[in-house]
Ligand binder design. Structure first.
Ligand code: SF4
Length: 341
């Protein structure tokens, strides 16, 4: 059975042996990742030399506006980049093994089992003609040697875990019978069905109202604590990252602008783009206040500046910014891609 438009969840029957780390204690290491897209007008470098790593049980947030390359980065980890896009360089080491070298069949063992992903819009990832219970149970059955009944019992348990009321009844519902918040819970149940080492959440709450958003984030925190799943959170909202993650990667124009702990970023942002993102965050009690949005727009990816990609919007831009800066490590351990440092 197909579980939806996106092939996010695998269809293999033999799960890979589970060992959450490589020999250096890292679970996932993204090294100098480059992802390109061929277009009629030329090649777009959607991700251009991005590196970060994730330890088991930890959480990292990738933040940036649309077009920054953050979602393409997460899709690359799942190996869901379709032509005309391709991984043009770099390595994605999962438990020390390079996923960029895996065949599609090998990736099917990984997806939905070791690494799972929740997309922004759950309707696009759920199949409208099957019940939500059948779809989650199927994800369990393709990775585990269990009967249909055992898989459904586990699905009911998962629905209970993610806060779906009357789960015994809800498993028989079709996606269109559920609210947006409940569908997103089904997607999280599906992503957690096989207790993945890594959960990727791509704007998981953007389409939801504030109350449901808070409930879903609380749920992910509980699951992280209880199951020790590492979380890679993709969002445009630094506030969500501050609540959910320990580390932040700020992306712009396919590159890392700043990489630091949440505390460093919130208390003392260094990169002008990070400062702009923070200034555009509504603070508590100031919901009605006019926000400082970053002036200008994300550059056309086919016509990027030759130097710093943020230069056309940067209030600190200098002559030297017409040449490309490097990602420098500062004394406090953070990394900044800017000539000011
Ligand atoms: Fe601004 Fe220059 Fe730093 Fe780019 S390198 S963020 S243009 S100061």
């Amino acid at each position: 059975m197909e579980t939806g438009a996106r092939p996010a969840f695998g269809s293999a029957s033999n799960p890979a042996p589970r060992d959450a780390t490589s020999s250096n204690g890292k679970m996932l290491e993204v090294q100098d990742l480059r992802v390109h897209f061929r277009t009629m007008d030329g090649t777009v470098k959607a991700v251009d030399g991005v590196s970060f790593d994730i330890a088991p049980g930890s959480s990292i947030g990738i933040v940036g506006e649309s077009g920054s390359g953050k979602s393409v980065t997460s899709l690359s980890i799942m190996r869901l980049i379709d032509p005309p896009g391709w991984i043009a360089g770099g390595r994605i080491l999962f438990r020390g093994k390079d996923l960029t070298k895996y065949s599609e069949r090998e990736m099917q063992h990984i997806r939905g089992d070791d690494i799972s992903m929740v997309f922004q819009e759950p309707m696009s990832a759920l199949n409208p003609v099957y019940t939500v219970g059948d779809q989650v149970a199927e994800v369990i059955r393709v990775h585990r040697d269990v009967t249909r009944r055992e898989a459904m019992n586990r699905t009911v348990e998962l629905f209970k875990t993610v806060g779906i009321p009357v789960p015994e009844r809800r498993v028989r519902d079709y996606p269109h019978n559920l609210s947006g918040g409940m569908r997103q819970r089904v997607m999280i149940a599906m992503a957690l069905a096989n207790e993945p080492d890594l959960l990727i959440l791509d704007e998981p709450t953007t389409a939801l109202d504030v109350t449901i958003q808070a409930q879903i984030l609380e749920l992910v925190k509980d699951l992280r604590r209880d199951v020790n799943t590492a979380v890679l959170l993709i969002t445009h909202d630094l506030g969500v990252v501050a609540e959910m993650s320990e580390d932040v990667v700020v992306m712009y124009g396919g590159k890392v602008m700043e990489q630091a702990t949440v505390e460093q970023i919130i208390k003392d942002p260094k990169h002008p783009y990070t400062k702009g993102l923070l200034a555009s965050m509504p603070s508590l009690g100031m919901r009605n206040q006019r926000l400082n949005v970053i002036a200008g727009a994300v550059p056309n990816p086919l016509n990027m500046p030759t130097g710093c990609p943020f230069a056309p919007r940067c209030p600190y831009a200098m002559d030297v910014c017409a040449t490309m800066p490097e990602l420098k490590t500062l004394d406090d351990g953070r990394k900044v891609f800017c000539w000011l440092y």
